[in-house]
Design a protein around this ligand. Structure first.
Ligand code: FES
Ligand SMILES: [Fe+2]
Length: 340
């Protein structure tokens, strides 16, 4: 299932130096991203209107994207401005233009609006907790690391796993989960709506953790602290985890990009407020991948592989409240008919 009429985070901005870069999205033609002279990112259908060649194998020439097959050039507004095989003065057909998707760059991600609604009616872009609303990832005094992780699982199963509080003592007992304390204290949902749209849902709980390992242990103050933890999501495809460790705060944002119905890539960045030198990046990245690798066999084993469409399907308990909020959001979209 693909919920339409939303801004999807699909790629990191820094991956599109100039481009072109191909993005696969389930249920859509491939999308090509490229950056024009004004630094704006363009998101287009990847299909050249001449013979259907992939524009992502073309090149940026003279502030245009040039198709690799016959060299047609398209300006940033998608309009063809040059057909090299035509003699001088021969007009370019009016419909020689590429479909352009609305596209924004914020918080380090490129967001593409996938749907048929005019963008004025689109749900607003979310505001990611603790980050400045700039093109790049910017959180005062913090350092980000980036990564991709591919799953053989649907993006909704992947997203829900990112909102699931109670699996940590079982799946992540090798990193931060404490198997001796699986109980989850009661928590409230914090739901933000803007212009009638749900734009974020978060929940905060203090979790029993385990002592930090590796060199993180060196500056941790107490051995066995309760760790204030926040999980949440920004519809349609970004999840968030904030862990307030004694040594500082870690924020993990992850965009679940649906490559196919059953394959997802998580584009994630983790922002830390401690050990902010580049020397600690490799270690931070390894820790993030360790968590994904712990989740992977579990998430890929879930049945049915696609999230059931009925809200009443599967069993829910109190600690599943954030996932339930996701399912309620999804139900709202289905009722509006915003589904492919
Ligand atoms: S297919 Fe693109 S220029 Fe011919
Ligand atoms: Fe997990």
């Amino acid at each position: 299932m693909f919920i339409k009429n939303h801004w999807y985070a699909v790629e990191f901005g820094h991956r599109v130096a100039q481009g072109p870069v191909l993005v696969r999205i389930h249920g859509h033609n491939h999308i090509v991203l490229w950056r024009s002279r004004d630094r704006a990112v363009n998101a287009w259908s990847d299909v050249c209107v001449h013979r259907g060649c992939s524009l992502a194998s073309g090149a940026v020439v003279d502030n245009c994207l040039q198709c690799p097959y016959h060299g047609w050039r398209y300006a940033p507004n998608g309009v063809c401005v040059k057909i090299p095989a035509n003699s001088k003065g021969v007009p370019i057909p009016e419909n020689a233009r590429i479909h352009v998707y609305p596209c924004l760059e914020r918080y380090g991600f490129i967001w593409v609006f996938l749907g048929d609604l005019p963008t004025e009616q689109a749900p607003p872009l979310p505001e990611l907790d603790g980050l400045e609303p700039r093109r790049e990832v910017r959180a005062k005094g913090c350092k980000p690391v980036f990564g991709d992780f591919t799953w053989k699982a649907s993006h909704e199963r992947v997203l829900e796993n990112g909102l699931d509080i109670s699996h940590a003592p079982f799946v992540h007992s090798g990193s931060f989960g404490n198997p001796d304390h699986p109980e989850i204290p009661d928590f409230d949902l914090d739901v933000t709506r803007r212009d009638g749209h749900m734009v974020s849902v978060t929940a905060s709980v203090d979790l029993e953790s385990v002592p930090p390992s590796g060199f993180w242990r060196l500056i941790s103050k107490r051995d066995h602290p309760r760790v204030p933890t926040t999980v949440g999501f920004y519809p349609p495809n970004v999840s968030m985890l904030i862990v307030r460790l004694p040594l500082g705060t870690l924020r993990l944002f992850s965009a679940a990009v649906p490559l196919t119905e059953h394959t997802t890539v998580s584009k994630f960045f983790m922002v830390r407020s401690f050990f902010t030198g580049a020397w600690a990046d490799g270690d931070a990245q390894r820790r993030a991948y360790k968590i994904f690798l712990e989740d992977q066999p579990i998430v890929e084993s879930l049945r049915p592989p696609l999230l059931p469409p009925e809200p009443s399907a599967e069993l829910h308990v109190k600690s599943d409240a954030v996932q339930l909020a996701y399912r309620r959001w999804r139900q709202e979209q289905l009722v509006k008919g915003w589904v492919l």
